[in-house]
Design a protein around this ligand. Structure first.
Ligand SMILES: Cc1cc2nc3c(=O)[nH]c(=O)nc-3n(C[C@H](O)[C@H](O)[C@H](O)COP(=O)(O)OP(=O)(O)OC[C@H]3O[C@@H](n4cnc5c(N)ncnc54)[C@H](O)[C@@H]3O)c2cc1C
Length: 442
């Protein structure tokens, strides 16, 4: 049987092969034997059947933001054409296809006075983000995006098309949300939406050469102790490279930015952020009332494809001295650019939910991200191990969504109990481990 017949496929050397593989991460390439450019569930079924028959590993790509590693051979299912979003305003839900980016869902939901639990960047794929938990800009108030999933449609390794809810197949539902890429190709999600149309928040940036970054960190962490769950925030520090493509004001500057999102009123918002404004003179103050459709301006993540490596730590507590050392080693004294970010967790994120999203007791998510401009991952790994000394004292594990280009390293992604339970599901639904081109739970 030829499962590629009448399907849109690309093989190495054919026109369109490179374009189909192009994604946000440019640090390394996937070179599959065949790409199935899926337009719908039938194409995904055909691709899975083809791979199963040939015994080939299956990778999935929507946008390429979360590519774990380079790969050779096998089958790649490209889902970018499965980009339909249908909002049900009465039920406050949306059905999002496997290739949908968050920006589309935000726009479609806003037409009905609703919002999804999207993250910082509109270009990120909604499905994979949610399968990895999904830490959104309102995470402390509403929890992980995964906690709001009503149903998942997927194709498992046996080629079966399934619609899974918490009632129909509770164990598979549990495992897909947190371990999803391991158990099949999710073709669509039905997600809950929230009635939010506006926010108070934005970015407050300090010049890290004028205001001591360690003092900003201390003031920020003390401030987080005082805010309600309706406030979700993070702080980021980076030295911009001196590159001609950057606006002159950014080149070589050391910026420490506090990012805030609050669903309450503007007046109360102003009162809540006053201690942040009191930290010192701001380089820029973008704290304001804003429509939800502008929520991507809170983080202003880069929107151009590039090469990057990144690690994360889910932390129960912060060692202030170790954090200050980390900031000092990754700031202007470093020989290359690093972005350090600290997200305040807790609130609804700590509530138990019927899914495999781990490390719910974490109070902080620490992330380091570095461009891979001629830098090898091994030297960054060694550098990170050094700068994380002391910080790791409070570690629960690593974050699935914020572990970039980490290859096949899976340690710390799950606690032992979750991992064993996921491995059990893997043995049932993917015994030949076709879906091993991700963070493999086996
Ligand atoms: C700039 C930027 C901002 C980000 N912001 C946030 C944020 O605010 N919050 C947050 O939680 N995360 C965030 N992330 C992380 C992001 O959620 C993950 O990297 C996610 O995996 C990206 O999904 P994608 O579809 O865009 O990427 P892809 O690289 O296309 O997919 C990543 C992996 O997911 C798996 N996969 C993709 N589609 C499917 C499918 N249909 N079925 C099964 N498996 C699939 C595959 O294993 C694939 O390798 C951000 C990442 C970047 C680069």
């Amino acid at each position: 049987m030829n499962h590629t017949a009448q399907r849109l496929t690309f093989r190495p050397g054919q026109d369109g092969y490179e374009d189909e593989l192009a994604g946000f991460q440019t640090g390394f390439a996937q070179r599959p034997d065949v790409v199935f450019a899926a337009a719908g569930t039938d194409d995904v079924v055909a691709a899975v059947a083809y791979a199963a028959e040939a015994g080939l590993p299956i990778g999935v790509q929507a946008t390429g933001h979360g590519l774990p590693d380079a790969s050779e051979g096998g089958v790649l299912i490209s889902t970018r054409r499965m980009d339909e979003v249908v909002v049900d305003p009465a039920a406050r839900t949306a059905r999002v296809g496997a290739g949908v980016r968050w920006g589309q869902v935000v726009a479609a939901a806003a037409e009905h006075g609703l919002a999804p639990l999207n993250g910082s960047a509109p270009s990120v794929g909604a499905v994979s983000y949610t399968l990895g938990g999904g830490l959104g800009i309102l995470a402390r108030e509403f929890g992980y995006a995964a906690d709001h999933v009503r149903s998942l449609e997927l194709v498992t390794a046996d080629g079966a098309v399934r619609r899974v809810t918490a009632d129909s197949e509770p164990e598979l539902f549990w495992g897909l949300l947190g371990g999803g890429a391991n158990l099949g190709v999710v073709t669509a999600l039905e997600i809950g939406l929230i009635p939010v149309t506006r926010l108070y928040g934005g970015a407050l940036t300090f010049d890290g050469r004028e205001v001591d970054p360690a003092a900003i960190l201390r003031a920020y962490t003390a401030w987080t102790e005082t805010v309600p769950d309706e406030v979700t925030s993070s702080v980021a520090a980076l030295v911009y490279p001196d590159l001609p493509m950057l606006p002159e004001a950014l080149r070589g500057s050391y910026q420490v930015t506090v990012r805030v999102a609050y669903t309450g009123g503007a007046e109360e918002g102003e009162r809540l952020v006053a201690p942040l404004r009191a930290i010192g003179p701001a380089l820029s103050d973008g704290l304001r009332e804003l429509p939800y459709t502008e929520s991507h301006t809170i983080h202003s993540d880069p929107d151009f494809p590039h090469a990057y490596y990144g690690e994360s730590r889910m932390l129960e507590g912060l060692d202030t001295a170790a954090m200050e050392r980390l900031l000092a080693l990754t700031g202007p004294a470093a020989d290359r650019m690093h972005v350090v970010q600290l997200n305040h967790l807790g609130g609804a994120l700590a509530r138990p939910a019927a899914n495999a999203v781990p490390h719910r007791d974490a109070r902080w998510l620490l992330r380091i991200l570095s461009p891979l401009d001629g830098t090898d991952r091994e030297s960054l790994r060694e550098f990170y191990a050094d700068v994380l000394t002391g910080v790791d004292r409070h570690v629960l594990g690593r974050s699935l969504n914020f572990t970039f280009a980490s290859g096949d390293r899976t340690e710390g992604l799950y606690d032992d109990e979750t991992r064993k339970r996921l491995a059990g599901l893997k043995a049932t639904y993917d015994p030949a481990n076709l879906f091993r081109r991700n963070y493999d739970v086996r």
